[in-house]
Design a protein around this ligand. Structure first.
Ligand SMILES: C[S@@+](CC[C@H](N)C(=O)[O-])C[C@H]1O[C@@H](n2cnc3c(N)ncnc32)[C@H](O)[C@@H]1O
Length: 174
């Protein structure tokens, strides 16, 4: 069963993809009520090379934009992006987001398509009430069965490097 064993240096999310600029614009437009909030705090959980977070910090009024990225090289690329920038409302942190405090979040985005399913349950547990949570895929069936009252909605198509026609799942935590 060698092919099922964890490869050396393998990493959750070692296959990389991201939401494209046009897709980020669509997110901002579709979730306008949540993104147009100068008291808002945005978390990109798994911020990759940082383009999405930077675009959001540049084109919305969030008071704080934070990207957590575990992969060292991607994190360093995201710091490069900020070198020439005058943005003061954004930071990138090279840590596992599942261990971080998210209690001030008003919007959480987690492109979790390539992440282990249990990660999503942790994000949902950590998010504060009233927070908009946007996911690439829903939690696993077990979580859905344990939380029958919680219904996700599906957004219009959000353009991604790995898919031209998938939307995102979202809910506001009650
Ligand atoms: C699909 S990329 C998303 C990039 C960007 N957020 C977007 O949506 O366009 C997901 C990233 O999550 C990172 N990641 C996966 N698990 C993580 C964890 N527990 N903590 C921090 N980063 C993680 C991966 O390294 C990968 O770069």
């Amino acid at each position: 069963m060698k092919h099922l064993q964890q490869r050396k240096n393998s990493f959750p999310g070692s296959t990389y993809g991201e939401i494209k600029e046009e897709g980020v614009k669509k997110l901002i437009e579709f979730f306008n009520e949540y993104f147009d909030n100068s008291d808002g705090v945005f978390y990109d959980l798994g911020s990759g090379k940082g383009k999405l977070s930077k675009q959001i910090a540049e084109t919305t009024n969030f008071s704080k934009v934070v990207g957590y990225e575990l992969h060292k090289e991607r994190y360093l690329e995201s710091l490069e992006l900020l070198k020439e920038s005058k943005l003061t409302n954004i930071s990138f942190i090279n840590k596992d987001f599942t261990t971080q405090d998210l209690s001030d979040a008003t919007v959480i985005l987690c492109s979790n398509e390539a992440m282990p399913r249990e990660v999503t349950a942790k994000v949902l547990a950590k998010a504060p009430k009233g927070c908009l949570i946007i996911l690439g895929r829903k939690p696993n069936l077990k979580w859905m069965q344990e939380n029958p009252g919680i219904k996700f909605k599906y957004s219009p198509r959000i353009l991604k490097t790995y898919s031209p026609n998938r939307g995102n799942w979202y809910l506001v935590k009650e």
